[in-house]
Design a protein around this ligand. Structure first.
Ligand code: ADP
Ligand code: MG
Length: 279
Protein backbone atom coordinates (compact mmCIF):
# COMPACT_ATOMS: atom_id res chain seq x y z
CA UNK A 1 0.00 0.00 0.00
CA UNK A 2 1.10 3.54 -0.72
CA UNK A 3 0.04 6.52 1.37
CA UNK A 4 -0.37 9.89 -0.34
CA UNK A 5 -1.00 13.26 1.29
CA UNK A 6 -2.54 16.17 -0.61
CA UNK A 7 -1.92 19.47 1.17
CA UNK A 8 -2.80 23.09 0.41
CA UNK A 9 -4.51 26.22 1.61
CA UNK A 10 -8.22 26.11 2.48
CA UNK A 11 -10.49 26.47 -0.53
CA UNK A 12 -7.68 25.92 -3.03
CA UNK A 13 -9.23 22.77 -4.51
CA UNK A 14 -7.62 19.94 -2.51
CA UNK A 15 -10.83 17.94 -2.12
CA UNK A 16 -11.88 18.47 -5.71
CA UNK A 17 -8.50 17.21 -6.89
CA UNK A 18 -8.38 14.40 -4.31
CA UNK A 19 -11.85 13.03 -5.06
CA UNK A 20 -11.15 13.09 -8.80
CA UNK A 21 -7.76 11.41 -8.33
CA UNK A 22 -9.32 8.73 -6.12
CA UNK A 23 -12.07 8.13 -8.67
CA UNK A 24 -9.54 7.79 -11.52
CA UNK A 25 -7.27 5.49 -9.52
CA UNK A 26 -10.25 3.28 -8.68
CA UNK A 27 -11.20 3.25 -12.36
CA UNK A 28 -7.71 1.96 -13.06
CA UNK A 29 -8.34 -0.92 -10.69
CA UNK A 30 -6.72 0.40 -7.51
CA UNK A 31 -8.39 -0.05 -4.14
CA UNK A 32 -8.55 3.44 -2.71
CA UNK A 33 -9.31 4.88 0.72
CA UNK A 34 -9.70 8.67 0.92
CA UNK A 35 -9.44 10.29 4.34
CA UNK A 36 -10.62 13.90 4.62
CA UNK A 37 -8.52 15.76 7.21
CA UNK A 38 -10.22 19.14 7.27
CA UNK A 39 -12.81 20.36 9.79
CA UNK A 40 -14.86 21.41 6.72
CA UNK A 41 -15.52 17.63 6.35
CA UNK A 42 -16.50 17.71 2.68
CA UNK A 43 -13.54 15.87 1.20
CA UNK A 44 -15.48 12.81 0.12
CA UNK A 45 -18.78 14.40 -0.85
CA UNK A 46 -18.13 14.18 -4.62
CA UNK A 47 -17.64 10.44 -4.18
CA UNK A 48 -20.86 10.08 -2.19
CA UNK A 49 -23.41 11.72 -4.47
CA UNK A 50 -23.10 15.02 -2.62
CA UNK A 51 -24.00 13.36 0.68
CA UNK A 52 -22.26 14.24 3.93
CA UNK A 53 -20.87 11.37 5.92
CA UNK A 54 -20.63 10.87 9.65
CA UNK A 55 -17.28 12.18 10.83
CA UNK A 56 -14.88 10.19 12.98
CA UNK A 57 -14.83 12.92 15.61
CA UNK A 58 -18.63 13.03 15.87
CA UNK A 59 -18.65 9.27 16.11
CA UNK A 60 -16.09 8.99 18.88
CA UNK A 61 -17.81 11.80 20.78
CA UNK A 62 -21.13 9.96 20.69
CA UNK A 63 -20.16 6.27 20.83
CA UNK A 64 -18.60 4.38 23.70
CA UNK A 65 -15.28 2.70 22.81
CA UNK A 66 -16.68 -0.85 23.09
CA UNK A 67 -19.53 -0.02 20.69
CA UNK A 68 -17.31 1.40 17.94
CA UNK A 69 -17.02 -0.32 14.57
CA UNK A 70 -15.01 0.74 11.53
CA UNK A 71 -18.03 0.21 9.22
CA UNK A 72 -19.84 3.04 11.01
CA UNK A 73 -17.39 5.66 9.74
CA UNK A 74 -16.36 4.08 6.46
CA UNK A 75 -18.61 4.67 3.47
CA UNK A 76 -18.45 3.17 0.03
CA UNK A 77 -18.21 5.85 -2.64
CA UNK A 78 -18.33 5.80 -6.42
CA UNK A 79 -16.11 3.21 -8.11
CA UNK A 80 -15.82 1.57 -4.69
CA UNK A 81 -13.60 4.28 -3.21
CA UNK A 82 -13.74 3.95 0.59
CA UNK A 83 -14.41 7.26 2.31
CA UNK A 84 -13.56 8.55 5.79
CA UNK A 85 -14.04 12.08 7.08
CA UNK A 86 -12.14 13.22 10.20
CA UNK A 87 -14.39 16.19 10.98
CA UNK A 88 -13.58 18.88 13.51
CA UNK A 89 -14.52 20.43 16.82
CA UNK A 90 -17.36 22.86 17.44
CA UNK A 91 -16.09 26.29 16.33
CA UNK A 92 -14.56 28.07 19.29
CA UNK A 93 -14.22 24.88 21.33
CA UNK A 94 -11.49 22.30 21.00
CA UNK A 95 -8.59 22.05 18.62
CA UNK A 96 -8.88 20.95 15.00
CA UNK A 97 -5.30 19.71 14.84
CA UNK A 98 -5.83 17.61 17.96
CA UNK A 99 -8.90 16.21 16.17
CA UNK A 100 -6.69 14.88 13.38
CA UNK A 101 -4.56 13.09 15.98
CA UNK A 102 -7.67 11.59 17.59
CA UNK A 103 -8.94 10.49 14.18
CA UNK A 104 -5.70 8.71 13.25
CA UNK A 105 -5.65 7.07 16.63
CA UNK A 106 -9.29 5.92 16.30
CA UNK A 107 -8.77 4.61 12.75
CA UNK A 108 -5.84 2.55 13.89
CA UNK A 109 -7.72 1.12 16.87
CA UNK A 110 -10.72 0.29 14.69
CA UNK A 111 -8.48 -1.71 12.38
CA UNK A 112 -8.18 0.46 9.27
CA UNK A 113 -4.92 -1.33 8.46
CA UNK A 114 -6.82 -4.56 7.93
CA UNK A 115 -8.73 -3.12 4.98
CA UNK A 116 -7.33 -4.23 1.67
CA UNK A 117 -6.08 -0.96 0.17
CA UNK A 118 -3.63 -0.06 -2.60
CA UNK A 119 -3.73 3.71 -2.15
CA UNK A 120 -4.63 5.64 0.99
CA UNK A 121 -5.06 9.31 0.21
CA UNK A 122 -5.15 11.96 2.94
CA UNK A 123 -6.73 15.28 1.92
CA UNK A 124 -5.31 17.75 4.44
CA UNK A 125 -5.90 21.39 5.26
CA UNK A 126 -2.51 23.11 5.11
CA UNK A 127 -3.18 26.65 6.33
CA UNK A 128 -1.74 25.96 9.74
CA UNK A 129 0.83 23.20 9.82
CA UNK A 130 0.51 22.64 13.57
CA UNK A 131 1.39 19.35 15.24
CA UNK A 132 -2.04 17.89 14.47
CA UNK A 133 -2.32 18.89 10.83
CA UNK A 134 1.29 17.77 10.36
CA UNK A 135 0.50 14.18 11.40
CA UNK A 136 -0.13 13.04 7.80
CA UNK A 137 3.27 14.53 6.89
CA UNK A 138 5.03 12.02 9.12
CA UNK A 139 7.01 9.30 7.42
CA UNK A 140 4.70 6.62 8.79
CA UNK A 141 1.66 8.23 7.13
CA UNK A 142 2.85 9.50 3.78
CA UNK A 143 5.14 8.04 1.19
CA UNK A 144 4.52 10.99 -1.12
CA UNK A 145 3.13 14.50 -0.63
CA UNK A 146 1.49 16.68 -3.28
CA UNK A 147 0.94 20.38 -2.68
CA UNK A 148 -1.97 22.16 -4.35
CA UNK A 149 -1.58 25.86 -5.03
CA UNK A 150 -2.82 28.62 -7.30
CA UNK A 151 -0.74 31.62 -8.29
CA UNK A 152 -2.14 33.69 -5.42
CA UNK A 153 0.46 34.62 -2.87
CA UNK A 154 -1.39 33.30 0.19
CA UNK A 155 -1.61 29.88 -1.34
CA UNK A 156 2.10 29.95 -2.28
CA UNK A 157 2.82 31.06 1.29
CA UNK A 158 0.88 28.03 2.60
CA UNK A 159 2.72 25.77 0.13
CA UNK A 160 6.05 27.03 1.45
CA UNK A 161 4.91 26.44 5.06
CA UNK A 162 3.95 22.88 4.20
CA UNK A 163 7.48 22.37 2.84
CA UNK A 164 8.85 23.79 6.10
CA UNK A 165 6.72 21.31 8.04
CA UNK A 166 7.92 18.47 5.84
CA UNK A 167 11.53 19.41 6.37
CA UNK A 168 11.07 18.73 10.07
CA UNK A 169 10.18 15.13 9.26
CA UNK A 170 12.83 14.66 6.58
CA UNK A 171 14.71 11.48 7.39
CA UNK A 172 16.75 11.45 4.21
CA UNK A 173 14.14 9.67 2.08
CA UNK A 174 12.66 12.09 -0.49
CA UNK A 175 8.88 12.28 -0.27
CA UNK A 176 7.73 15.45 -2.04
CA UNK A 177 5.99 14.50 -5.28
CA UNK A 178 5.46 18.02 -6.62
CA UNK A 179 3.05 20.87 -7.07
CA UNK A 180 -0.44 20.68 -8.48
CA UNK A 181 -1.40 24.05 -9.93
CA UNK A 182 -5.12 24.56 -9.53
CA UNK A 183 -5.73 27.77 -11.42
CA UNK A 184 -7.78 30.71 -10.26
CA UNK A 185 -7.58 31.98 -13.81
CA UNK A 186 -5.32 34.93 -12.99
CA UNK A 187 -2.91 36.43 -15.50
CA UNK A 188 0.51 34.77 -15.82
CA UNK A 189 -0.52 32.22 -13.20
CA UNK A 190 1.51 29.34 -14.61
CA UNK A 191 4.66 31.49 -14.73
CA UNK A 192 4.06 32.72 -11.18
CA UNK A 193 3.77 29.19 -9.82
CA UNK A 194 6.64 27.95 -12.00
CA UNK A 195 8.91 30.57 -10.49
CA UNK A 196 8.09 29.23 -7.01
CA UNK A 197 8.35 25.60 -8.14
CA UNK A 198 11.80 26.26 -9.65
CA UNK A 199 12.96 28.07 -6.53
CA UNK A 200 12.03 25.11 -4.31
CA UNK A 201 13.19 22.54 -6.86
CA UNK A 202 9.83 20.87 -7.50
CA UNK A 203 8.00 19.91 -10.69
CA UNK A 204 4.52 21.15 -11.52
CA UNK A 205 2.91 17.77 -12.01
CA UNK A 206 -0.40 19.10 -13.35
CA UNK A 207 -1.86 22.48 -14.26
CA UNK A 208 -5.62 22.28 -13.78
CA UNK A 209 -7.45 25.14 -15.51
CA UNK A 210 -10.26 27.07 -13.88
CA UNK A 211 -13.20 25.28 -15.44
CA UNK A 212 -16.99 25.28 -15.12
CA UNK A 213 -17.03 21.46 -15.21
CA UNK A 214 -16.17 21.42 -11.51
CA UNK A 215 -19.23 23.45 -10.49
CA UNK A 216 -21.47 21.43 -12.81
CA UNK A 217 -20.23 18.13 -11.41
CA UNK A 218 -20.44 19.42 -7.84
CA UNK A 219 -24.07 20.45 -8.36
CA UNK A 220 -24.76 16.79 -9.16
CA UNK A 221 -22.65 15.49 -6.28
CA UNK A 222 -20.15 13.81 -8.61
CA UNK A 223 -16.56 14.09 -9.69
CA UNK A 224 -15.78 15.73 -13.01
CA UNK A 225 -13.85 12.57 -13.81
CA UNK A 226 -17.16 10.71 -13.80
CA UNK A 227 -19.24 13.28 -15.69
CA UNK A 228 -16.69 14.96 -17.94
CA UNK A 229 -13.93 12.40 -18.46
CA UNK A 230 -12.79 13.98 -21.73
CA UNK A 231 -12.47 17.54 -20.44
CA UNK A 232 -9.06 19.22 -20.42
CA UNK A 233 -9.37 19.74 -16.65
CA UNK A 234 -9.84 16.02 -15.98
CA UNK A 235 -6.96 15.32 -18.37
CA UNK A 236 -4.70 17.32 -16.04
CA UNK A 237 -5.99 15.57 -12.90
CA UNK A 238 -5.37 12.23 -14.63
CA UNK A 239 -1.67 13.22 -14.71
CA UNK A 240 -1.70 13.20 -10.89
CA UNK A 241 -3.27 9.73 -10.78
CA UNK A 242 -0.72 8.48 -13.33
CA UNK A 243 2.07 9.94 -11.27
CA UNK A 244 0.85 8.13 -8.17
CA UNK A 245 0.91 4.88 -10.13
CA UNK A 246 4.42 5.81 -11.32
CA UNK A 247 5.48 6.33 -7.70
CA UNK A 248 3.99 2.95 -6.77
CA UNK A 249 5.97 1.36 -9.58
CA UNK A 250 9.16 3.13 -8.49
CA UNK A 251 9.36 5.02 -11.79
CA UNK A 252 8.94 8.56 -10.52
CA UNK A 253 11.52 10.62 -8.69
CA UNK A 254 10.52 12.20 -5.39
CA UNK A 255 12.13 15.28 -3.88
CA UNK A 256 13.41 16.65 -0.61
CA UNK A 257 11.59 19.66 0.86
CA UNK A 258 13.56 22.85 0.24
CA UNK A 259 11.32 25.70 1.42
CA UNK A 260 12.20 29.33 0.80
CA UNK A 261 13.45 31.35 3.74
CA UNK A 262 11.34 34.33 4.81
CA UNK A 263 13.74 36.59 2.88
CA UNK A 264 13.50 34.32 -0.17
CA UNK A 265 9.71 34.35 -0.03
CA UNK A 266 9.71 38.12 0.31
CA UNK A 267 11.96 38.41 -2.79
CA UNK A 268 9.66 36.03 -4.60
CA UNK A 269 6.62 38.16 -3.69
CA UNK A 270 8.38 41.26 -5.03
CA UNK A 271 9.16 39.50 -8.29
CA UNK A 272 12.90 39.52 -7.58
CA UNK A 273 15.08 36.58 -8.60
CA UNK A 274 15.08 33.81 -6.00
CA UNK A 275 17.98 31.41 -5.82
CA UNK A 276 17.04 27.74 -5.64
CA UNK A 277 17.26 26.59 -2.02
CA UNK A 278 19.73 24.01 -0.85
CA UNK A 279 18.10 21.06 0.86
P1 ADP B 1 -10.47 22.68 -0.54
O1 ADP B 1 -10.70 21.24 -0.39
O2 ADP B 1 -9.03 23.01 -0.83
O3 ADP B 1 -10.98 23.50 0.61
P2 ADP B 1 -12.46 22.46 -2.64
O4 ADP B 1 -11.91 21.31 -3.42
O5 ADP B 1 -13.59 22.20 -1.73
O6 ADP B 1 -11.27 23.18 -1.84
O7 ADP B 1 -12.81 23.59 -3.72
C1 ADP B 1 -13.43 24.79 -3.34
C2 ADP B 1 -14.40 25.21 -4.45
O8 ADP B 1 -13.66 25.55 -5.62
C3 ADP B 1 -15.37 24.10 -4.84
O9 ADP B 1 -16.64 24.66 -5.00
C4 ADP B 1 -14.83 23.60 -6.17
O10 ADP B 1 -15.83 23.11 -7.03
C5 ADP B 1 -14.17 24.84 -6.74
N1 ADP B 1 -13.03 24.53 -7.62
C6 ADP B 1 -11.93 23.82 -7.29
N2 ADP B 1 -11.07 23.76 -8.33
C7 ADP B 1 -11.65 24.43 -9.35
C8 ADP B 1 -11.24 24.72 -10.70
N3 ADP B 1 -10.08 24.31 -11.20
N4 ADP B 1 -12.10 25.45 -11.48
C9 ADP B 1 -13.28 25.88 -10.98
N5 ADP B 1 -13.72 25.64 -9.71
C10 ADP B 1 -12.91 24.93 -8.91
MG1 MG C 1 -11.47 20.21 1.24
Amino acid sequence: MIQIAVYGKGGIGKSTVSANVSFILAQKGKKVLQVGCDPKHDSTRLLLGGQEQRTVLDYIRSTAPYDRKLEDILMNGSNGVRCVEAGGPEPGIGCAGRGILSTFDALKKLGVDRIDTDVRLYDVLGDVVCGGFAVPLRNEYSDAVFIVTSGEFMSIYAANNILKGLRNFDNGVPRVAGIILNSRGNEDEYETVKRFADAVGLPIVAAVPRDAVFAQAEARGCTSAELFPDSAAVGEIRKVADRIIGIMDGEVELHHPSPLTDAGLSDYAKGLPVQPQKS
